[in-house]
Design a protein around this ligand. Structure first.
Ligand code: LLP
Length: 426
């Protein structure tokens, strides 16, 4: 909530209410952004992206572990301009498909800084990764080992060098999060059970074209406590010693001002300390944050189309589940404000424009007398909004606008009617 001109940490760093009481992101007036670029629109503060990348990297330095690399989990925001920022900041990139691999290469990540994931990698995806010689392929299951055996014996690899791989382990550690994004439990669709990891490693070691470097785990996403990360490290340490450990992502973020996730520094210290204590300090450590790098760097701007009152006050906007599926999928809670009248007290249902009753963005938004034409902002939409957007009801996906020092530029344009028919075969 706004106090004077400062805003809560839910908003991008440097956001403020200007002299006219309007929200500014990256120095840009959001009412003017809405006028210039239309709504809905994803608005990102470029400096915020860089600041969070630097915070992760800086926190890796003094924490007592000589080799820590930070990979952006690109699934959180697979947008070329964002990937370029993180490539420039020296991060690695986690990809989970041929498409994400292509995006990462196109955005400038060097191949040795790319990590390929996936529980159902196709032969074509593995072939692409091997040809490029990505830094690491994270092997998920025995069928994938068979597939890799065939591909590497067919001579499918970068320079004939063995392809470095990790084995994904499922440590049976559950963090508190929505069941749909919890992955560390024994009955998970991802990775090898702990008692199978050794067998998987043995089989990989027998393949000339592969080199097993170590173990990966990712216990889940939007975790607001550090303990499960520590517990996972303790479980992993029972597997032995390896040159590389990849501890995945999962650090949660604040979607509303009352949430208090661990800060980047505390998270990094906890993970790195646990690794130093239980896994040793001589191995390379990777972590793969997605959400924590991008969620709070972005807001979505909508325009109010109608306001009607029955049992509730329904404020309907020009977007919804097609640009932010998270409330419907995970019951995710967001806050909303009128972009030039913060601090409202009317409890409203902020509804989307799609043909389903469940298309509600915020169930109990406190808005100041919302009217048609008002610009509404929902903060913390930088992660998994753009990524999971759709064309439901023939709605074109919103543009992505980068804001920095008062300058705005479109980095992804709005989808047009022509885009909606572009794949039709006459
Ligand atoms: N590494 C691996 C192997 C992952 O599967 C994921 C996320 C990450 C890293 C990054 O996790 P993060 O730091 O973003 O929590 N669509 C859901 C989130 C799905 C996460 C999938 N995997 C949501 O909107 O909450």
């Amino acid at each position: 909530m706004a106090t004077g001109t400062s805003l809560s940490a839910v908003f991008p760093l440097g956001s403020r209410l200007n002299e006219r009481g309007r929200l500014e992101v990256g120095g840009c007036d959001t009412i003017e952004l809405a006028r210039e670029f239309g709504t809905p629109a994803y608005v990102m503060a470029e400096d915020d992206l860089r600041a969070r990348a630097r915070a992760f990297v800086a926190a890796a330095g003094p924490a007592g572990h000589p080799q820590v690399s930070v990979a952006f989990a690109s699934k959180a925001l697979p947008c070329t301009a964002v990937l370029r920022v993180f490539a420039e900041e020296g991060l690695w990139c986690d990809v989970a498909s041929a498409g994400e691999l292509g995006l990462a290469l196109n955005a400038g990540f060097t191949t040795e800084r790319i990590v390929l994931h996936g529980n159902a990698k196709s032969e074509a995806e593995l072939r692409m990764a091997l040809r490029h010689g990505v830094g690491l392929i994270v092997v998920d299951n025995f069928d994938e080992i068979d597939r890799l055996t065939r591909l590497t014996s067919d001579g499918e690899s970068a320079e004939g060098d063995p392809q470095p791989v990790l084995v994904r382990a499922t440590p049976d550690v559950r963090g508190q999060t929505h069941e749909k994004i919890s992955t560390g439990q024994a009955d998970s669709k991802f990775g090898f059970a702990m008692d199978e990891v050794g067998i998987a490693i043995e089989r990989i070691e027998a393949i000339a074209g592969l080199e097993c470097k170590g173990v990966h785990t990712h216990i889940g996403s939007q975790l607001l406590e550090l303990e499960p990360f520590r517990k996972a490290v303790v479980e992993l340490s029972k597997l032995g010693e390896f040159p590389v450990w990849d501890l995945g992502g999962g650090l949660g973020v604040a979607y509303t001002e009352d949430q208090e996730p661990p800060c980047i520094e505390d998270y990094m210290a906890a993970v790195i300390d646990a690794a130093a204590e239980h896994l040793g300090v001589h191995s390379q450590l990777l972590i793969e944050p997605g959400r924590a790098l991008v969620a709070n760097a972005g807001v979505t701007l909508y325009s109010v189309e109608s306001v009607k009152r029955n049992v509730s006050t329904w404020v309907a906007v020009d977007g919804g589940m097609s640009d932010n599926l998270r409330p419907m999928l995970y019951g995710a809670v967001y806050e909303a404000h009128v972009a030039d009248r913060f601090g409202g007290a009317t409890s409203c249902v902020l509804a989307g424009k799609h043909c389903e009753s469940g298309d509600v963005i915020v169930r109990a938004a406190l808005l100041d007398d919302p009217r048609p034409g008002d610009v509404i902002v929902t903060p913390a939409t930088g992660a998994y909004g753009f990524a999971m957007a759709s064309n439901y009801n023939g709605v074109g996906r919103p543009p992505v606008i980068f804001c920095k020092d008062g300058q705005a530029r479109v980095v992804v344009r709005r989808e047009s009617f022509e885009d909606l028919t572009a794949r039709d075969v006459p």
